[in-house]
Design a protein around this ligand. Structure first.
Ligand SMILES: Nc1ncnc2c1ncn2[C@@H]1O[C@H](COP(=O)(O)OP(=O)(O)OP(=O)(O)O)[C@@H](O)[C@H]1O
Length: 374
């Protein structure tokens, strides 16, 4: 018989945000936000420009004070974490370097301040792929090199939790591919990764979980697979009735839409072959956007979800009549979309959707994955 199992700290590697709110004057940048980030996974924090992502990350990292609510890492506020660089590493702005200082010196300053062995500096420069740039002035770095230097700084203290603001910004396609593999490796070591982006396409292939915010409010949270929903194809044909029954006869789910058929499959070739075999002409055949793409497109395409500080006739910037309600999102084709609810002081009104994603903005966030205990 073994000895007693060592107690597992349930907060280890976890980020927890509850009711987080930040007002700048009368402008509400972050509005009763709840989110959970768990170890061993990459969580994408997505939202259009001005949605409140950086403001949220700054509150998590103790750089600005919340107006209300809490943001904790491993159960503590940033300022209460002893030697925080060894618990949480972050890179908020790729331009935040002394331009005259070399990359190596920049990291040495950070290492010395946190009591981290200087040997880590060259190891990290090597790890992020810029050892040759170590002695060059950071002011002369390309955006991609700055991103890598920021990443090296975030990893100096060998942290369990890593928070990166728009880490793919300025990277070329090779750089993005490299970043993807690098972040995946960090997650496979059991680390917790929270990365923000305003571009779904940039992170969709990289992340496991997604939290989407707009106008400071959470719009959706779940795994990428949950939020993508089932893949669907759209087909227009000379004989929709006959094609519908042919496809349904093969066990596919078929619905009429926009003069064509919507089929639950990602196998376009099969749809084409079945139509051909039944001698039915196809006029159009394409994959449809996933639910996640549709949702994100709506958020980035409509004025009401875009940066309220960009200014309009109503004066929705700081001091203006803001706190506009998030409008109705498009029908979510039966899949989970959280609709912002009025703040619930008890945080008790949320309920878990059919597939485990949460419904209700003030609900403690639970995902299908967490419910399954994995
Ligand atoms: N110190 C501040 N004073 C006033 N308004 C601010 C301040 N900081 C941020 N804001 C406003 O709060 C809103 C959210 O900004 P934030 O930078 O958090 O958005 P974001 O989601 O990170 O956007 P982006 O993708 O453009 O970086 C914006 O409208 C921004 O202009």
């Amino acid at each position: 018989m073994g000895g007693p199992t060592p107690a597992v700290d349930p907060t280890r590697g976890r980020i927890e945000v509850r009711g987080l709110t930040k007002r700048f004057g009368r402008f509400t940048a972050v509005d009763h936000l709840d989110l959970d980030v768990v170890p061993g996974r990459i969580t994408g924090f997505l939202g259009p420009n001005g949605a409140g992502k950086t403001t949220t990350l700054r509150m998590l990292l103790g750089l600005i004070r919340p107006t209300a609510g809490t943001a904790t890492i491993e159960g503590r506020r940033y300022h209460d974490i002893p030697n925080p660089l060894t618990v949480v590493g972050s890179a908020l702005e790729a331009t935040n370097f002394h331009p005259g200082r070399s990359g190596r010196n920049h990291l040495r300053v950070l290492a010395d301040a946190a009591g981290i062995d200087r040997r880590r500096v060259d190891e990290m420069l090597e790890l992020v792929g810029i050892p040759a740039a170590a002695s060059k002035r950071a002011g002369g770095y390309s955006m991609g090199m700055r991103q890598r230097l920021g990443l090296a700084g975030a990893l100096l203290g060998d942290p369990r939790v890593i928070i990166l603001d728009e880490p793919a910004n300025g990277l070329d396609p090779d750089g993005i591919r490299w970043l993807r593999g690098f972040l995946r490796h960090l997650a496979s070591e059991g680390r917790t990764l929270l990365i923000s982006s305003h571009l779904l396409s940039e992170v969709e292939q990289t992340v496991d979980d997604v939290v989407i915010i707009a106008n400071g409010k959470r719009v959706a949270q779940g795994t990428v697979d949950e939020l993508r929903g089932d893949p669907t194809a759209f087909v227009r044909t000379s004989d929709p009735d006959r094609l519908a029954s042919t496809l349904a006869g093969r066990g596919l789910s078929v619905a009429r839409r926009d003069g064509g058929l919507r089929v639950t499959t990602n196998d376009l070739a099969m749809v084409g072959d079945l139509a051909h075999a039944a001698d039915i002409a196809i006029h159009e055949l394409r994959s449809e956007k996933t639910h996640l793409e549709e949702l994100y497109f709506t958020l980035t395409d409509q004025d009401q979800y875009r940066n309220r500080n960009l200014g309009d006739a109503e004066g929705t910037g700081p001091g203006g009549p803001v706190d506009r309600e998030l409008g109705q999102l498009p029908p979510p084709t039966g899949r989970p979309v959280e609709r912002p609810q009025p703040p619930d002081p008890d945080g008790a009104s949320g309920e878990t959707g059919r597939d485990g994603t949460t419904v209700g903005d003030s609900a403690p966030t639970r995902t299908a994955r967490q419910e399954n205990g994995s």
